[in-house]
Design a protein around this ligand. Structure first.
Ligand code: AMP
Length: 309
């Protein structure tokens, strides 16, 4: 199996009702790569940073089996910067700053050693960059998944529609699904969105879990009820990384295995929110992941007795 991850590697500044950070390391590609490394012990990343990005973090990624040959380091340029502030309910946030910097004119170059990727996870980036990556792959992958956000729906809807035709799985949140489809009902939204291209659609509902749609099948996975949510940044990317890492490591993209992959992604996302940034995500043990996956299984496990006479 081979996994190709594409996504932003960034600096973030985050404000939640519990505290505030200065510039810390973030980026969708960073969260995806760390999360998927718990399942897929080798992966290739395509991204870009400025020469202000700390070498230590790149070394940490390499130690996790992330091949950085496709990570461009632009001399004299600045890394992408994003800043966000969460509301009291922690479910919604405002973007305060988006400084594209090196992402502004990002040309995703695919090293020849990356060709033949079987699984591709396209993190939230401009849909034009996402489609360029797909066009530059010389062999058709087994499964391409992508994330996107309302930012791109507002400014690049036509590019986004073109990219949607090229992918198999779309992973978005409920608000984005409603905006993309123009439908309030998520069931109707799922139908409309799958007509746009992706055969599989995952709609994330934050603390209310996630839905997977394919054909006439629907699967629902809860989120683990947590006592404290400290910082939700990157939870969506962590979910996507865990999902694709699991699919790639098992080399099985059947609907049944996607259900397991959703639980794997949800379990990792539940760790991500416990501390600011990638801190918690970087230090989970195998045992902790297994215990949490077990909690998920028990959360929805019950025996039905016959009540209808
Ligand atoms: P999430 O909380 O899963 O939506 O992801 C948050 C991460 O996405 C942050 O670490 C940001 O650096 C990154 N991000 C935010 N906006 C963008 C954007 N327009 N393009 C690429 N990455 C972004």
């Amino acid at each position: 199996m081979s996994l190709l991850t594409v996504g932003s590697v960034a600096f973030d500044a985050i404000e939640t009702p519990f505290g505030k950070t200065d510039k810390i390391i973030g980026g969708a590609g960073t969260y995806i790569a760390i999360a998927s490394s718990y399942f897929a012990n080798k992966q290739n990343i395509v991204s870009v940073v400025g020469d202000d990005f700390p070498k230590e973090m790149l070394e940490k990624l390499e130690k996790r089996g992330v091949n950085l040959e496709g990570l461009q380091i632009k001399k004299g340029e600045k890394t992408f910067f994003w800043s966000g502030k969460y509301h009291n309910d922690m479910n919604s946030r405002d973007t305060l700053v988006t400084e594209l910097n090196v992402l502004g004119d990002f040309d995703p170059i695919i090293p020849s050693s990356y060709q033949g990727a079987e699984y591709v996870m396209l993190g939230n980036l401009s849909p034009q960059v996402q489609s360029t990556v797909i066009e530059r792959l010389t062999e058709k992958p087994k499964l391409i998944a992508m994330d996107t956000m309302n930012f791109w729906m507002d400014i690049a809807m036509e590019d986004l529609k073109k990219t949607l035709k090229m992918v198999d799985v779309l992973i978005i949140n409920d608000e984005e699904a409603r905006q993309l489809s123009g439908e309030y009902s998520l069931v109707k939204a799922a139908r409309v969105i799958r007509e746009m291209g992706p055969k599989y659609l995952i709609i994330k509902k934050g603390e209310h879990g996630a839905l997977l749609f394919h054909g006439t099948n629907v699967f629902f996975a809860p989120a683990l009820p947590l006592e404290e949510v400290f910082d939700p940044t990157g939870a969506g990317d962590t979910f996507a990384g865990g999902f694709m890492g699991y699919i790639a490591s098992t080399d099985d993209y059947s609907f049944e295995n996607m259900k397991r992959a959703i639980i794997a992604g949800s379990a990792l996302a539940s760790f991500c929110v416990e501390k600011f940034g990638t801190e918690k995500l970087e230090s989970i043990t195998k045992k902790e992941i297994e215990t949490r996956i077990d909690q998920f299984v028990r959360l929805t496990d019950f025996d039905m007795v016959e009540t209808v006479g």
